[in-house]
Design a protein around this ligand. Structure first.
Ligand code: ADP
Ligand code: MG
Length: 260
């Protein structure tokens, strides 16, 4: 059983403490949603887990499949089966979606077996075709330059396709739903559902409840000011849609007063 275990994680950007003790555990096959207002540290958590150099871990730990995540370079985290879908994917003109994905698959195979000669072209084409069919993507998509001139929805689809092809064990999706119309939102959600069926663990970071109308999370967490301040089931997201975050803020304030 693969799992990601985050314990009392503290993270700084420069001198500023952004994450102030985050504890979270994700098993394969589970979907966890992290919600919360803007600027509360959701992306910081995602980037820190993947090893972005601007984020300094100042306390706590994270293990993935028993490995100390923070002692591994980003590519090794990826090869172990951790995947991060970006909030703002970058365009790579000149590199097609198919070539990019084949390079990624081969890098992973080579990491497992240095003598690996790479996935045979025909095998890769069939794999890609199958995944694109599952995600209802037009076959011409594979021949386009990665994210070059892609609409918001197409970029997110490309991220989901990447996940379907690379088959991570834990996938972190940072606001993969932002800027999507309803059709694209459904496709991304179906993609997540597919991952879930393949027993992938998903950490779904989202500012909006609407994503969760299509993807039913097993757990919902609310992050505020660098901490997870509330956790519950899918019903917590519905409650948040109706009542916003103020009741949590009040609860925290009352808690602080109660401790006086
Ligand atoms: P979220 O994803 O929840 O909207 P972020 O993790 O992006 O929040 O940001 C958390 C906090 O970190 C915010 O207050 C933001 O202003 C601050 N922050 C993010 N990036 C930087 C940076 N490069 N330098 C300084 N502060 C930053
Ligand atoms: Mg963010």
């Amino acid at each position: 059983m693969s799992e990601l275990n985050i314990k009392d994680l503290h993270v700084n950007i420069g001198e500023k403490e952004i994450l102030k003790g985050v504890t979270l555990s994700i098993q394969q096959g589970q979907v966890h949603a992290i919600m919360g207002p803007n600027g509360t540290g959701k992306s910081t958590l995602a980037y820190t887990l993947m090893g972005h150099p601007s984020y300094q871990v100042t306390g706590g730990s994270a293990t993935f499949k028993g490995h100390d995540l923070f002692s591994l370079p980003t590519d090794e985290r990826s090869r172990l089966g951790l995947f991060l879908a970006f909030q703002y994917p970058v365009a790579i003109p000149g590199v097609t979606v198919a070539n990019f994905l084949r390079t990624a698959v081969n890098a992973r195979r080579k990491a497992i077996n240095p003598a690996d000669k790479g996935i045979p072209i025909l095998e890769f084409r069939n794999l890609l075709k199958e995944k694109m069919r599952m995600l209802k993507m037009d076959p011409s998509f594979a021949g386009r330059y990665l994210n070059d001139g892609f609409s918001g929805g197409e970029k997110k689809r490309a991220e989901v396709l990447q996940m379907a092809v690379l088959q991570p064990e834990i996938a972190i999706l940072d606001e993969t739903d932002s800027g999507l119309d309803i059709d694209a939102l459904k496709i991304v959600s179906e993609g997540i559902h597919l991952l879930q069926e393949q027993n992938v663990g998903v950490l779904l970071i989202t500012h909006y409840q609407r994503m969760l109308n299509y993807t039913k999370p097993d757990f919902v967490h609310v992050m505020m000011a660098g901490r997870i301040v509330e956790s519950g089931g899918a019903d917590l997201a519905l409650h948040l849609e109706e009542h916003g975050y103020d009741w949590i803020r009040e609860k925290i304030e009352n808690g602080i007063n109660g401790n006086k």
